[in-house]
Design a protein around this ligand. Sequence first.
Ligand SMILES: [Zn+2]
Length: 690
Amino acid sequence: MASVNPLLAPSGLPNEAPAFDKIKDRHFLSALRTAVKEARADIRALKNNPETPTFANTIEALELAGERLSILSSLLSNQMLAAGTPKLKATEDKISPLRARFNMAALTDTKIFKRVKAVWDQHHDDPTLTTEQHTLLKKTYDGFRNGGALLKGADKKRLKEIVEEMSTLDSDFSENVKKDVEAFAMIITDKDDLKGIPEDAVAAAAEEAKTRGLENQWVFTLDYPSYGPVASYAENRSLREKMWRAYGSRGWQTEHDNQELIRRILTLKHERAQLLGYNNHAETVLEDRMAQTPQTVATFLDQLKNVYKPAALKDMESLRAFAAQMGHDDLKPWDITFYAEKQKQELYGFSSEDLKPYFPLEKVLAGTFQHFSQQFGIQFSENKQYPTWHPDVKAFDVTDEKTGAFVGTLYTDFHPRKGKKGGAWMTDYRAQGLYQGQIERPVIAIECNFTKPLPGKPALLDHDEVTTLFHELGHAVHGLVSDVTYRSKASPYVPWDAVELPSQVQENWAFTRETLALISGHYQTGEKIPEDLYQKMVASKNYMAGAAGLRQVNLATLDQAWYNTNPKDIEDKFGFNIFAFEEAVTADTRLFPMLAGPTSTSFTHIFSGGYDAGYYSYKWAEVLDADAFEYLTELTTYDSYRLNKYRKEFLAKGGTDNPATLYRNFRGQDADPQALPRREGLLPPKPTFM
Ligand SMILES: [Zn+2]
């Protein structure tokens, strides 16, 4: 008898969590094939529905179509990241074209669009729909519209050509940058040149030389682990300059030049935006984001620039004086990291190792759970009934402290292993929302790569790892407290200039004395972090905040300029000279003249990474988290009234409305951009009323 595929049967586990004890790699392919078939059948039924289109039989039906496909696809991608095997990879390679074809077919189907448009025309002002339903309706309609569903004849054909031509340009762009990185090697033959560079970096350079057949020599490359230590520590200034220039000229006047690709990408994106009825590409991107318009982003960046610029000039003055003391005048861009490293050491002189004994993982985790229950009244209790994908993984039931109501399932997976991706992230196996006519609670995981404990010694975290834990659990709690109807609108599925608020805001607490008391204690003596160490840790956080802030504003300004300027104007004014355009639009946010190539030709974030017209999101999210934290802790570290408002009005509402509206409902006003420089010590703190 053929056994049942565990991926196609109910697991019967708490919260219908996946049966990791029964699921094997070989089960995925056939289960996913079944799921694709079911998804196609859902779409056919929707297309051929003889009834008049309504919200329920069209918009909701489209939202719910392919339920099993979406659950199994998350399961597969989550397992590939947490416990990847060649077999899972092969399955993904087979399934992803099928899934892409299915999505494409559904999203460009004219019969379905006719139904969607009928619902849109009739109900887009309908007061009987909820806010969430309006958001879902608009998002669905816009998806078709931006795919060209309203275009006819030659315009429709042209849009298709544009999309097709664009499909390879972004990978060509990043490929060029990669090839320029690979083409560069700095070969050192004189041992004296290595002065200052840390031992392990030198050893890696010797190893690199050996793989290239060079004995008793050292090879440094533009990969960060090789370039970073040279930039920070090499006493031979000409080595730093050489690498800095090569790094700054990637994609510019090299064999893998990106200038023509930039012109092509910008021209096509602009043409597409105009076909779809927008003025420029930035408008199409920003429409659904929290910022909404290019004008809002411009004002935002300008306000930050006004604070960061003078602060950055002061930072440079101080660094210049520091370098002069050491006998070095005429500070250049390739000296910045080098002297900053030394100045930071002199000012704060502590290492991340000094803090580690105070952060044993068990204590940190228990304290962090306590921190979240103090914030939101939720409780975490380990539940061994859940099977997991590895013995290191633990599962928790999350419940409401007062009512005992079930909130969701949380897995924690803290240590590296073969087949697991590096870094840290939060993910869900099932988002909160509607499944088979029932609203279900979420199944969520956080993945980290903290050092594994040695026998007889607990795992000790450094403070960066502690803030990582707060960050990822911040994302997890956002997902856990989600309270929506449709899973595509569940937390944390919000526009991505808002998605980092719930995570980043939590990091702030990891610097407060009160929270540190919950999460730290010397692993041998239980002792608290000594006051002087604590002070240094807090102060070092803001070192060179002005210069760093101005750099981010510079990049975001450049990104906006490329995408909200008509390429024809760039042609008329600058002859499409990439260097000249960049020089002009960044004149006010640079501390040095451009001494190498333009940043644009290697700016993969905006020309191939999906951050086009969205680079400002980094600073935007920081402003939100600084503003939210300032408000939430204005009266006391744990202000249950305000925290509850934050949970109810912002966290729980996910993507049901524009986050700008949700934020205003929680905060009573928009975020104040100056909250960020206040936190960074660049502006005086807000006066308190006590
Ligand atoms: Zn994050």
